[in-house]
Structure formats: C-alpha cells, structure tokens
Design a protein around this ligand. Structure first.
Ligand code: FES
Length: 428
C-alpha cells in the first residue's frame, strides 16, 4: 500500500516473507521491518512492540482512568484509526466513543466519512457523526473566499477545537484522545521554538488538564510513536483508512521542519527522541516556572458572547466566531458549476475572456480546451503561477471526468486570486 502525504513524504509498505525468522520471537517468519529499530519481525511481534510503547506512554503520564469516557476524533487517516484500534485492544474495559466531523471538504470529507464508518464497525466502537454543512450551513472550503484563503488549515483548527469541546460536553466525554505522533510533536516543537513562541510550546505536552470545570482532559497517546510505524500498523492490521490527504494540506513551515528532521534522523536515529526529551523534561518545565510566562500561561477563561464556549480572547469573541463572521460577508461562494450552469454562465461572455482547461484527458465536449496533467499540481508554486499568469484576467474553468483532479487546480488558483470554477458534471 502507498500513502502519499506530500511530494517528499510517501510511505509504502509491501508485506513480504523474508527468508529468516522474526528477530524477536525467533519462531515465526519475519514479514515486516520496525523502521526505528531496523529489525525484521513477524506480525505479532510488530504489534506487541508497537502497542507496548503506547501503553508505556499512557501509563507514564497516567493519561486516563478505567472509569473515564474517552472520545477519539477520527479523520479517516492512519493516526486516529490506529489510536482507536490500539486503545480498544489495550483497554477493552474503557468506554470509547468514535467521533467524525464532516467538514464539508469536497472530494475528501464524504469519502473519509465512509472509511470511518467501516473502521468503527470493524472495531465495534460507537460512532457519532457531526455534519458541519448540514448543521451550520457552511463548509471549510468556503473560507477560500475570505482573508484566510491561504490559512485554511488554521481556520479549520479553530472550528474543530470549538466542535471538539462542544461535542465532548454533549456526549459526556471526560477525555479526548488525539492521534498526534512523535513526528508531529517534535516538528511542531521545533517550529514554535524557532518562532520563539514558548507559550504555545507548553500546549504540546502529552496531557492537557481541563482549564475549567466540565472541560475534557486532552491526551496524545501516540506522542512517542513514529509516524511511519503507525502507517505500518494500520496496513498490517487492515484498518480502513483513506490513502490521500486533505486537499488544503500544503507545504507549510512545519512540513519543512519535518523534512529537516528526517534529514537529521539519517545521521542519528535517536534524534527525535532526544529532542522530545529535551523539550518535555528541560525546556517546558523551565518555561512553566519562568515568572514572565507563569502569568501568561494562566490566562483567565472568558465566555464567548456569540457561541457561549470558553475563550481566552479579551474581547469575549472566540477565534471561531470571528472567522465565521467573515464568511457571513461573502454573498457568492460558488466554486463548482454543473455543465448546464457553465453554459448559462458563458452564454453572454466574450470567448476571449474565458479559458477552459481539461485535466488528464482529451475530450470533444470542450473542443478548444487546453490539456493539463494533474502532475502539474506538484511543480513549485513559482512555476505553477508563472504558467497561469497569462490567464490572470480571464475566467478559468477546469474539467475532468474525475472532478477531484480539476477541483485541486481550482483551489490552488483561487488561493492565488484567480477567478476560477470547477465544472463538476457533464450530462446532456
Ligand atoms: Fe482541516 Fe484539511 S482537514 S483543512
């Protein structure tokens, strides 16, 4: 199985029988390598090694008690799926609740929802689904029409944090477990360190206690587990997962830190653990005890006057409500047109004013269309924008019989300020 995260992060796993026994039990045939240990083992030993490390992490931080009700927010990806599977296996007596928030991200959220339903069925865990477009009449994609068009992931984070806390309260959860792994944690720590954002660093601890009564404790049981090993576990145990990333994922500075970390790991296999230990055991305790930060860290909790959720914002409007207010000012959020809508749209337009691109195929439907390969999405931002610069004053339309491919072009160009639409279906 192949899992593509970005142009440099591709995980691949093909299980094969090695011509020698498992390095740990010495009995079964070795079929998989534990990347961090560089040893080849059998399925049972891989699982045992993997689960023991998570158990140790949970126990060393006393993350929860057996009477807790733990919610796992599932994204459809490998991290949250693995977290749910391991918690269910290690702690069958604990009440677990799967939660999926359908964020309305086109060509992603519905597919992920199907996968999450399959996962919870397989693991026999109850699932609660919250559909953002149905419940609140907007989708994450809509933020492309706002000032936050190049920061969709951060807006999404604010919306999700609000929903995590609201849903946790409604479902009576005492603990929220998230799938942040070693690579996420260390690369974010490095990123914040380089930015000098020490207050946010403190929030990366594996356990965050409630700030006010009724709030759930947040835990990160995978914080010592390398990302690649999570992917291997998910494949080895046939967990249903999506093997593509959110279309808004971009080459952010955190990803650059991840690449930097990967390069360092080639020289020193222990580097991620060494950094994690320095941050958790030395730097964070130092920050917490420093008088300059002590005050800032204990911020008063206000109540948002719009949604009633807790906020640290002094103007008493939380970041989620501020962002939604921007959406309310956008009157037209159209990114996709049906073929009929497209015909109507271009009917009165000068043909010189439009350009039609067809992705990955030749078609008679749009005889003068320009062919473009979806591979072009992977070129550098500079090269991408240079190619489209001559079309800046036109209205662009993209079509593909696989509308996800053309939609990715639409998102990328919209973020760069183009007037662009996806033609989502062609029926006569
Ligand atoms: Fe939130 Fe991609 S999942 S922006």
């Amino acid at each position: 199985m192949k899992y593509i995260k970005s142009d440099y992060e591709v995980f691949e796993l093909e299980l094969k029988s090695y011509p020698f026994p498992c390095k740990l039990c010495k009995k079964e045939q070795a079929i998989i390598e534990i990347p961090s240990q560089k040893i080849k083992v059998c399925k049972d030993c891989y699982n045992q090694f993997f689960e023991n490390r998570i158990k140790k992490a949970i126990e060393s931080y006393k993350m929860f008690k057996t009477y807790d009700k733990i919610g796992v927010f599932l994204s459809g990806g490998k991290d949250s799926a693995t977290l749910l599977a391991v918690l269910k296996k290690l702690y069958p007596e604990v009440a677990l609740q799967g939660i999926y928030i359908n964020l309305g991200i086109r060509y992603y959220s519905d597919k992920a929802e199907e996968v999450v339903i399959k996962l919870c069925k397989k693991l026999n865990v109850p699932l609660y689904i919250y559909n953002l477009p149905k419940e609140e009449n907007f989708r994450i994609d809509d933020f492309i029409f706002t000032y936050f068009k190049n920061k969709i992931c951060s807006v999404c984070g604010a919306i999700k944090r609000y929903l995590f806390s609201k849903i946790a309260k409604n479902l009576g959860l005492t603990v929220i477990a998230t799938g942040h792994h070693l690579d996420d944690t260390v690369s974010t720590m490095l990123n914040l360190f380089f930015q000098g954002d020490f207050e946010s660093l403190v929030k990366l601890e594996p356990v965050l206690k409630p700030l006010y009564t009724g709030q759930a404790t947040k835990i990160k049981p995978l914080y010592t587990t390398p990302e690649k090993e999570i992917f291997f576990y998910a494949v080895l145990n046939e967990l249903p997962i999506v093997n593509f990333v959110c279309p808004h994922a971009d080459f952010t500075s955190i990803k650059k830190k991840k690449k930097f970390l990967e390069d360092l790991s080639k020289e020193n296999r222990q580097i991620k653990y060494q950094l994690l230990s320095v941050f958790l055991k030395k730097l964070i305790p130092l920050i917490k005890s420093h008088p300059q930060y002590k005050e800032k860290l204990v911020q008063p909790v206000n109540i948002c006057i719009k949604c009633g959720e807790a906020t640290s914002s002094s103007d008493q409007i939380c970041s989620r409500c501020k962002r939604i207010a921007l959406l309310n000012k956008v009157s037209d959020k159209t990114l996709e047109l049906s073929y009929q809508e497209f015909l109507k749209y271009v009917e009165k337009l000068d043909k010189e004013k439009i350009a039609i691109f067809v992705v990955n195929e030749e078609t008679d439907i749009f005889p003068n269309a320009i062919y473009i390969s979806s591979e072009f999405l992977n070129v550098s931002k500079r090269k991408f924008l240079k190619f489209f610069k001559p079309y800046k004053d036109k209205i662009l339309f993209f079509y593909s019989s696989d509308p996800k491919q053309s939609y990715l072009f639409v998102l990328k160009l919209k973020k760069a300020g183009f007037k662009v639409f996806n033609i989502k279906s062609v029926s006569f």
